[in-house]
Design a protein. Structure first.
Length: 415
C-alpha cells in the first residue's frame, strides 16, 4: 500500500463510508463538558447530516478505519477483488482526527466502521481501541457509533457497547438465500446471534441501572442495522417481514434501507441497474407505519401488490392499504378509535392526537380537520365529519385517480 498522508486517507475512507446509511445519532444519553472536565457534548447544534427526533442536526465524522477487506461480498465496492484505492488509519490517527475536528467545531461525534483486515478479532480490537482512547484517555463526551463485526469475539463486541452510544451490525440482505449467494463468507445465524447478544447486554444494562444508580451504561442509544435493497430478488413484502422480525426479536432502534448502487467491475450476479430510489423511500414509509402508526407487519405487507410483492411507487403504503381495504372506511372523526384514525391517509400522528383532544369538547367539522393536514382532498373519501359524508366518493368504483398525487412533469429549462 502506497504511503498516503492523512488528508488523502480521509478522502478515501470518508468516501468509502458513504454507503452506510445507519448513522443517525438519536436517543443517546445527554452529556456535556460544561463543568470544565472532558471534551465534547451530545446536546449541541451541529452542521452536518445526522438528525435527532427534536430536529437538532448532529454532525459526525463518518469514516472507515480501512477499506481493505478479506471478504469478497459481491455487492461491496470494498470487497477483496475490487480494484479500488486502499487506505488505512491507525487507531491513534482516528482519535487525533476526531479531537481535532471537534475542536474546530466541525463535528460532535464519530461514526466508525471498517473493512476486515487480518481477522475479525484484530479489526474489532482496533475499532474498540479508538472508542476506548477517546473515552478514557481524552474524556471525550461526544457521540460515538461503532459498526461491530458479527463473527468477532463476543467480549470485543461487548466492549464496543461499553464505550459507544450506539452499536450496529448489518444484516446486509433480507433473505438467507440472498446472503448465501451474494455474501457467502457471512452467516445469517451468526449475524443474528451477535445482535441477540447486544440486545441482551442492553437489557441487562437497563436492569442494572434500575437497581444501582451508578451502574455503567451499555449502548444507551441502542442498536441498529441496515439492509441492502435491490441487490437480490427479495420483494418489498420480504423486506418488511424481515424488518418486523428484527424489531421484535432484537428491540432495534432503527432498521435502515440502502438502495443497491451498481459498482465498478461488478460481479455478473448483480443487477445492471439500481432500483428506483422511490422504492427505498416507500420502505422507510412502511417502516414508519409499524413504528409510529401501530400497523401490524401483516397489514403493511398487505399494502404490497398481490402478484409482485412490491409496494406501489406512485402512492405511499398507507394510501395503498386504504385503497385495498375500502370496506374499513369512511371513519367518523368524532367517534373512531385512535387505531382507525391513524389509518386515514393524510392524517399524521400529531393530527390524530389533536383530533382526539379537540373532540372531547366539541364535534369536528370538515374545516376543523382541514386545519390539521396539508391537503383535505386526500382525506375526503375516507372520513365522516359533522358536516361531511363522502356519499358520491364512496360509491366510486375506482377511487385511486381521485386521491393519488398528480405526476409531476419535468419542465424544460430553455423552453
Amino acid at each position: 500500500m502506497a504511503q498516503l498522508d492523512t488528508r488523502q486517507k480521509l478522502a478515501i475512507l470518508a468516501d468509502a463510508a458513504k454507503y452506510d446509511a445507519s448513522c443517525a445519532s438519536s436517543g443517546t444519553a445527554k452529556r456535556n463538558s460544561r463543568d470544565g472536565k472532558g471534551i465534547g457534548s451530545t446536546e449541541g447544534m451541529g452542521i452536518c447530516h445526522a438528525y435527532a427526533p427534536d430536529g437538532r442536526c448532529i454532525s459526525l465524522l463518518k469514516i472507515l478505519l480501512t477499506n481493505s477487506c478479506i471478504f469478497d461480498c459481491h455487492y461491496c465496492i470494498n470487497r477483496k477483488s475490487s480494484n479500488v484505492r486502499r487506505a488505512r488509519f491507525t487507531a491513534q490517527e482516528v482519535v487525533a482526527l476526531t479531537l481535532s475536528f471537534y475542536r474546530r467545531n466541525y463535528i460532535e461525534g464519530l461514526f466508525l466502521s471498517s473493512g476486515i483486515i487480518g481477522s475479525s478479532n484484530y479489526t474489532m480490537e482496533q475499532i474498540v481501541e479508538v472508542a476506548r482512547s477517546l473515552r478514557e484517555d481524552h474524556d471525550f463526551r461526544g457521540y460515538i457509533h461503532l459498526k461491530t463485526i458479527p463473527d468477532a469475539d463476543p467480549e470485543l463486541v461487548h466492549l464496543a457497547g461499553v464505550y459507544a452510544d450506539r452499536v450496529s451490525i448489518n444484516v446486509e440482505l433480507p433473505t438467507a438465500g440472498g446472503l448465501k449467494r451474494l455474501a457467502p463468507e457471512k452467516s445469517g445465524p451468526q449475524i443474528e446471534g451477535a445482535m441477540q447478544g447486544v440486545a441482551h447486554a442492553i437489557e441487562d444494562g437497563r436492569d442494572a441501572r434500575k437497581r444501582y444508580k451508578f451502574a455503567p451504561k451499555f449502548a444507551p442509544a441502542g442498536q441498529s442495522t441496515q439492509m441492502i435493497v435491490g441487490a437480490d430478488a427479495a420483494t418489498d413484502r420480504d423486506i418488511v417481514g424481515k424488518a418486523a422480525t428484527l424489531y421484535d426479536r432484537f428491540s432495534l432502534r432503527r432498521v435502515y434501507y440502502s438502495a443497491f448502487s451498481p459498482i465498478p467491475e461488478a460481479s455478473a450476479v448483480l443487477p445492471l441497474q439500481r432500483p428506483p430510489l422511490m422504492r427505498e423511500h416507500r420502505l422507510y414509509q412502511s417502516d414508519w407505519l409499524m413504528r409510529f402508526y401501530d400497523y401490524r407487519p401483516d397489514e403493511v405487507r398487505a399494502a404490497a401488490d398481490d402478484a409482485t410483492g412490491m409496494l406501489p411507487l406512485d402512492i405511499d403504503p398507507k394510501l395503498a392499504w386504504a385503497l385495498k381495504f375500502r370496506d374499513r372506511f369512511p371513519v367518523d372523526v368524532n367517534r373512531a378509535p385512535r387505531e382507525m384514525l391513524l389509518r386515514v391517509p393524510g392524517l399524521g400522528v400529531k393530527a390524530v392526537n389533536a383530533i382526539l383532544t379537540a373532540r372531547r369538547w366539541r364535534r369536528l367539522a370538515l374545516a376543523d380537520v382541514a386545519r390539521l393536514t396539508v391537503s383535505i382532498a386526500k382525506l375526503r373519501p375516507f372520513i365522516i365529519a359533522d358536516d361531511w359524508r363522502p356519499v358520491v366518493l364512496s360509491d366510486r368504483a375506482e377511487l385511486r385517480p381521485v386521491v393519488a398525487p398528480k405526476k409531476a412533469d419535468q419542465m424544460e429549462l430553455f423552453a
